[in-house]
Design a protein around this ligand. Structure first.
Ligand code: GRF
Length: 207
């Protein structure tokens, strides 16, 4: 375990089950981190309620209230810096980031995506996997750059795709793995065990 908890900022647009997994991992001592702030582009996202329940400051920023994507990200960046966020976690955040966030948080932003990237980036990853006919899918945690679901892969977990799967049965199976993988990877980051070499991310052995 690291001595000082890693300070996290979370961007999310939806129900927030991954945020909950991080809160739970922190509460059980598995993850040495503190969630300083949760930001959303959706005012009615249930992730905001979950955060409030745990006393985490939340902010809704309306994308329609600003002129450009860069200006919007600039606003987010100001708040994240005010809360001294060290690692920015995208947990179901449905917008692409611009340079206004990616540059100040270079190599300090991670995302979770419900497929084995580079397969099935973007929306409807579960439907894409079923329609393509793959037999295995899963989730990917990766560093974030300006392209969609693109930055260096940190870790993946796989699940079978069954013949009778629907989007929701596959999503539930993958989600269980997401909730296990995300806190684990963030703990590695907190322990400074991740080294980026080009597109590859190496996991340095525990000291
Ligand atoms: C998850 O499936 C995640 O992989 C994707 O968006 C979904 C968010 O779910 N990026 P939740 O809001 O964390 O429940």
């Amino acid at each position: 375990m690291t001595e000082k908890p890693l300070i996290l900022g979370v961007l999310a647009s939806g129900r927030g089950s991954n945020l909950q997994a991080l809160i739970d991992a922190i509460e059980t001592g598995m993850l040495s981190a503190r969630i300083a702030v949760v930001l959303s582009n959706k005012g009615d996202a249930s992730v905001l309620e979950r955060a409030k329940k745990h006393g985490i400051p939340t902010f809704f920023y309306d994308p329609k209230a600003v002129d450009s994507r860069e200006a919007y990200d600039g606003l987010l960046c100001e708040t994240l810096q005010k809360y001294e966020v060290e690692l920015l976690v995208l947990a179901g955040y449905m917008r692409l980031l611009t340079k206004a966030l990616v540059l100040p948080f270079r190599e300090r932003i991670i995302n979770i995506h419900p497929s084995l990237l580079p397969a099935f980036p973007g929306l409807y990853a579960h439907r894409q996997a079923i329609d393509y006919g793959v037999k295995v899918s899963g989730c990917t945690v990766h560093f974030v750059d300006e392209k969609m679901d693109h930055g260096p892969v940190i870790a993946q977990a796989s699940v079978p795709v069954k013949e009778n799967d629907t989007e929701s049965s596959l999503a539930n199976r993958i989600l269980k793995e997401e909730h296990r993988l995300f806190p684990k990877v963030i703990q590695w980051y907190a322990e400074k065990r991740l080294r980026i070499e080009g597109r590859r991310v190496l996991l340095v052995p525990e000291i």
